[in-house]
Design a protein around this ligand. Structure first.
Ligand code: PGA
Length: 251
């Protein structure tokens, strides 16, 4: 089973609309001619329609949101629905990023309802999972990942999960400059693929894309992408600079 790699850039709360448009255009120029890889950037929701208009409908660079509210519409001051994100020009949405779990109280249950909302709006969910440093030290990594998957995907059937993408992001590696070593990444990605096989089906396990995230840089992407079960990367800091991100997508 060949899985087309996805390199995704999470711009977090960086770049104004003007800066986001400029960076996206620069990236589109730099990435011209790159083949065999899907590319996604996730600017703030506010910048999505601007970047979508600047890149155009047929751009190689696809867009994602960093979060959605699970409800369809209603009196939810300050929130943005999946349908609004889709209408703004995104194809993907990052769900359950560790910063959302850590600072905004997201749980496996809210992750589950956001995945439901994303699928209903035909957005591709990029579901983030990962253990903290203390959980790893306490030997709870696999227990935590199993729980995040089991609770986050509770109630979904096989067909519904067809478009799902997983992103393994060890919390201790995000924004810290500490990347998980190849053996650690290999072990966890293998574990996750096997978990999907056991809980769902071999066919889904064979096709699901599992990204790695946490201090991915031009200097370590090659080594990560060489690992059998790594199907791409979710890049934070290094995605903000179009030249660095271009080097990453050309791994
Ligand atoms: P980082 O962030 O690449 O800056 O470590 C990764 C992420 O938060 O997805």
């Amino acid at each position: 089973m060949t899985r087309i790699p996805l390199i995704a850039g999470n711009w977090k709360m960086y770049k104004t609309g003007t800066q986001a448009v400029a960076a996206a255009k620069q990236l589109a120029d730099l990435a011209d001619g790159v083949n065999g890889v899907d590319i996604m950037i996730a600017p703030t929701a506010l910048s999505l329609p601007l970047v979508a208009a600047a890149l155009g409908k047929d751009s190689r660079i696809r867009l994602g949101a960093q979060n959605i509210y699970p409800g369809k519409e209603g009196a939810f001051t300050g929130e943005v629905s999946a349908e609004m994100i889709k209408d703004a020009g995104a194809d993907y949405v990052i769900i359950g990023h560790s910063e959302r779990r850590q600072f905004f109280g997201e749980t496996d249950e809210s992750v589950s309802s956001k995945i439901r909302a994303a699928l209903d709006a035909q957005l591709i969910p990029v579901m983030c999972i990962g253990e903290t440093e203390s959980q790893r030290e306490a030997d709870k990594t696999f227990f935590i990942l199993d729980k995040q998957i089991s609770d986050g995907l509770k109630g979904f059937d096989l067909e519904e999960l067809d478009s799902l993408i997983l992103a393994y992001e060890p919390v201790w590696a995000i924004g810290t400059g500490k990347t998980a070593g190849p053996d650690q990444v290999k072990e966890v990605h293998g574990f996750l693929r096997n978990l999907i096989k056991e809980k769902y089906a071999e066919a889904l396990a064979g096709k699901i894309r599992i990204l790695y995230g946490g201090s991915v840089k031009p200097g370590n992407i090659k080594e990560l992408m060489r690992l059998e079960d790594v199907d791409g990367a979710l890049v934070g800091g290094a995605s903000l600079n179009p030249e660095d991100f271009n080097k990453i997508i050309r791994f």
